[in-house]
Design a protein around this ligand. Structure first.
Ligand SMILES: Nc1ncnc2c1ncn2[C@@H]1O[C@H](COP(=O)(O)OP(=O)(O)OP(=O)(O)O)[C@@H](O)[C@H]1O
Ligand SMILES: O=C(CO)[C@H](O)[C@H](O)COP(=O)(O)O
Length: 205
């Protein structure tokens, strides 16, 4: 069974993925991020001001992501290069990921990529106030990426928000579960866990 976690930047996709992986540790789930499929910087598109826009579906290798998910769904292992924003592509570590009866993947464009969407047995949309998301992004990008506040706000207004409107929000209504990642997160997590448990009984590869 493949569970896909989608949601805006800083909404809490990775946090939810880790929490689900821990809750279903008895299944030894395969977990990974769409971020591993970012194309190298020279293949990224610039906006009208010459600033790289990482928030476009073309920023990633959609075909390879789709093929890898298909391979995992068949029960075969895949090899992926783990993506780290600040490290050059040749420094990214190649890891082998074994398949499992439970595969959990997170990423911005999972629902937008049609081939990926069709492979998902269960889809989760992580929903949180955009003000909170921007706060988290300001913290992350200043602390770990060394961006200025001005650069982060520019990216937010010109790349991240338009991306949300075009490639994320339209799919929210069709998600199997909308996870409210605020004071209701624990409540929603309990419901979500039960739903996935029930679904696991009906879906198997
Ligand atoms: N329910 C929550 N309460 C408080 N903080 C949270 C919650 N969920 C996530 N966070 C925090 O918000 C930040 C972003 O979360 P996370 O990394 O999971 O988001 P993401 O959608 O994967 O985005 P990114 O790829 O930018 O990290 C992290 O610092 C995480 O610890
Ligand atoms: O920073 C980026 C890629 O590294 C992109 O701008 C994207 O918005 C990140 O999304 P997320 O916060 O969900 O990883």
């Amino acid at each position: 069974m493949i569970v896909g976690i989608c949601g805006g930047s800083g909404s809490g996709k990775t946090t939810l993925l880790k929490r689900l992986a821990a809750a279903f540790s008895d299944k030894n789930p395969s977990v990974f991020s769409m971020d591993n499929y970012y194309l190298p910087i020279e293949k990224q598109q610039n906006d009208h001001n010459g600033i790289v826009n990482f928030d476009l579906p073309t920023a990633l290798d959609e075909q390879r992501l789709t093929e890898d998910l298909r391979t995992l769904a068949k029960g075969d292992p895949i090899e992926v290069k783990e993506y780290h924003f600040n490290s050059p592509p040749d420094k990214n570590v190649l890891i082998t990921l074994n398949s499992s009866e439970l595969i959990i993947v997170e990423g911005l464009f999972l629902f937008h990529y049609e081939g990926v969407r069709e492979l998902l047995d269960y889809s989760i949309f992580v929903d949180v106030d955009p003000v909170v998301q921007l706060d988290r992004r300001l913290y992350r990008d200043q602390e770990t990426r060394g961006y200025t506040r001005e650069a982060i706000i520019y990216q937010w207004d010109n790349h991240v928000l338009p991306c949300y409107e075009s490639y994320l929000h339209p799919y929210k209504k069709d998600a199997s579960f909308v996870f409210r990642n605020d004071h209701r997160a624990d409540l929603d997590f309990n419901t979500l866990e039960q739903e996935i448990k029930a679904k696991l009984v009906t879906v198997s590869y």
